[in-house]
Design a protein around this ligand. Structure first.
Ligand SMILES: Cc1ncc(COP(=O)(O)O)c(C=O)c1O
Length: 307
């Protein structure tokens, strides 16, 4: 089987090594980015928050008029089969659903064609410890986030060209990532994570109306902070406010909380990860353990169904 031992692909239920995995060039995901996707990871073999990711996948799909015919149970079973075959405890898991498309090049989303389901599972190695201990440098990109009135950035679609361009601006100069503004000049998010700032003991993150993906980590952090009685608000944020913040950090499922210690050329706060970011990181780790336990029984059931 696979000659890349730590990567396995599942296309419409067929497992394949990466070099054998094939999808049609007529697939609309390939031609137009006409697809939706989700990324999560496994922790000790269990896909983290899978139900919430599937819920968001369907939400994204419905916003672009794509009805996913495959049931959640079938998606979960295919994920389980892939994970069993890969046999790694910590796995990056990407689930892509495209609108399909067969031997026809047409923009029309109503042309017949059955969805394609692609699962990419690969061993997730730990991220560099310096990111968390020293923080990272991020830039403010010239490329702006697409407006809500266009494809809502809250749709996690295969069309990420703005984010690709913004990330390219960062990587070209050796920065970790880029924060994107909207067309009003307000902060939205980074290319694959949400943005937070801390000022005078209060936590702020931009509201969904600024145009951003409602990250599941973001959602959890809002609840965790409220629960810990740390003042937290969703509010429009300007780049100036970011530059003057005491602490800034990014949040996402696979990378959790990453402190930003330099923004463009400016040191943020003391230039080291701040105390509140560190506190939130700990609280979030505890939350992950707790959440994982709540997903464990259902996952065992899914594994049991595979026989
Ligand atoms: C554009 C964007 N924003 C934010 C996030 C963070 O979302 P989550 O916390 O659900 O991983 C992602 C995740 O991939 C993303 O692509």
């Amino acid at each position: 089987m696979p000659s890349f031992p730590n990567i396995l692909i599942n296309i419409n239920g067929v497992l394949a090594a990466p070099e054998e995995a094939r999808i049609s060039v007529f697939d609309r995901g390939f031609l137009y980015g006409d697809s939706v996707y989700e990324v999560t990871q496994t922790i000790r073999g269990i896909p983290f928050r899978l139900d919430l990711h599937l819920e968001r996948l369907r939400k994204s799909a419905s916003k672009i008029g794509l009805s996913i015919l495959t049931t959640d149970l079938e998606l979960k079973k295919q994920i389980a089969r892939t994970l069993i075959a890969l046999d790694e405890p910590t796995v990056y898991l990407r689930l892509v659903v495209t609108r399909g498309g067969e031997e026809e090049i047409s923009l029309d989303p109503n042309t017949p064609g059955r969805e394609n389901i692609v699962i990419i599972a690969k061993e997730l190695k730990p991220y560099p410890i310096e990111w968390y201990e020293k923080g990272v440098r991020v830039i403010i990109a010239d490329t702006i986030r697409n407006p809500l009135e266009s494809i809502d950035p809250n749709v996690k679609s295969g069309n990420y060209l703005n984010n690709v361009m913004a990330f390219g601006e960062a990587s070209k100069i050796g920065a970790y990532d880029a924060i994107m503004l909207n067309h009003h000049g307000e902060v939205t998010e980074a290319t694959t994570s949400n943005v937070w700032m801390i000022k005078d003991g209060t936590i702020y993150t931009p509201p969904l109306r600024s145009g951003l993906l409602e990250g599941l980590t973001r959602k959890a952090l809002l609840q965790i902070s409220q629960h810990a009685k740390i003042p937290v608000f969703e509010k429009t944020i300007t780049p100036q406010e970011l530059f003057e913040a005491d602490e800034i950090f990014l949040s996402s499922t696979t990378k959790k909380l990453i402190p930003i210690t330099t923004l463009n050329e400016k040191k943020i706060g003391t230039g080291l990860p701040g105390p509140l970011t560190q506190q939130l990181r700990q609280l979030y780790d505890q939350h992950c353990e707790h959440t994982l336990k709540s997903f464990e029984p259902e996952w065992r059931e899914i594994l049991g169904l595979l026989g």
